[in-house]
Design a protein around this ligand. Structure first.
Ligand code: AMP
Ligand code: MG
Length: 286
């Protein structure tokens, strides 16, 4: 499968059941792809420097997944190859009282990176149409009745599309990634968390409850991705059972996106450039 086979940009419908959750035929190429991941990220870091210097565009990767799909370790192993000075990583947890007293994009907007830098959202504005929809949390929100319509989530999909288009038109790109883990692999990872003391800190009984809602999450993920996949803000549905393969694909996405942005070092302005010969002379004469 080529990268484009994992990409959804609104031109075709996603059927989650048809998407792979593991590396499949690529398992035999593991060592090559691990090496390629490193090489991709070295190149990506060079483009990141240009992006930082040019400051014309900003980029955000929004990572969404079921529990134990590997978001945290993806950030640790892949994004760590980039310069931390140009990287802004934000984790979105259950909204607090202040968050809930605002519109749901309030906390998201505050986490946006500046142009020239790369944002990574560990969970994102998509929680507001995913977990909220699965648990129908909006029914407990303190909101004017006119806001709690039958088409509450359809409206939110529209709002998200409008917001992402607005960002695009203002020099930002949003790339959304869904880590697609299988039910069996999630079970293995939960088992590890219970058996290994060094993984106990990741344990959450709440995650077990979410697992019981597997099919409902599948329906909502599919619906959400189909409603919000656009050319300018695409979704990637990445197999997540083999972490090395997910990381390889993520490195491809980062590199191809930066290549597409094609950042260039800005030229020195004429006034500054004219001062160079004199400044060089001064240094030489020291
Ligand atoms: P974790 O990413 O495992 O640390 O867990 C964060 C938790 O916060 C997950 O259970 C998310 O579903 C939850 N969460 C994040 N954003 C929202 C939101 N907007 N509304 C409700 N729950 C959320
Ligand atoms: Mg969790």
């Amino acid at each position: 499968m080529a990268l484009k086979d994992y990409c959804f940009d609104g031109k075709r419908q996603l059927k989650l059941k048809e998407m792979p959750t593991d590396a499949g035929e690529y398992k035999v190429q593991k060592s090559d792809l691990v090496a390629l991941t490193e090489a991709n990220m070295t190149q990506a870091a060079m483009l990141q420097e240009k992006l930082y210097a040019a400051k014309r565009e900003g980029l955000v990767f929004a990572l969404q997944a079921r529990d134990a799909a590997g978001k945290d370790s993806l950030i640790k192993k892949v994004f760590s190859h980039l310069n931390p000075a140009g990287l802004k990583i934000t984790s979105f947890k259950v909204p607090n009282k202040t968050d809930l007293a605002h519109d749901y994009m309030w906390r998201i907007n505050r986490a946006m990176p500046e142009r020239g830098t790369i944002g990574v959202f560990n969970r994102s504005h998509y929680e507001d149409v995913l977990v909220v929809q699965v648990h129908q949390m909006q029914k407990d929100y303190i909101l004017a009745p006119r806001c709690l319509t039958e088409d509450f989530f359809e409206r939110r999909y529209r709002q998200l599309n409008n917001w992402e288009e607005y960002l695009w038109e203002n020099g930002f790109r949003m790339v959304k990634v869904f880590l697609n883990v299988s039910k069996e692999e999630q079970k293995n990872r939960f088992m590890d968390r219970m058996e290994l003391t060094e993984k106990h800190w990741k344990l959450s009984v709440g995650d077990m409850k979410e697992r019981a809602l597997w099919d409902e999450y599948e329906r909502v993920f599919e619906d959400c991705i189909n409603a919000t996949a656009t050319e300018h803000a695409p979704w990637y549905v990445l197999p997540a059972d083999n972490k090395w393969y997910t990381r390889y694909l993520m490195s491809e996405i980062i590199l191809r996106t930066l290549e597409d942005m094609d950042p260039q070092f800005p030229p020195l302005n004429a006034e500054e450039a004219a001062k160079i010969p004199m400044a060089m002379q001064e240094l030489e004469n020291e």
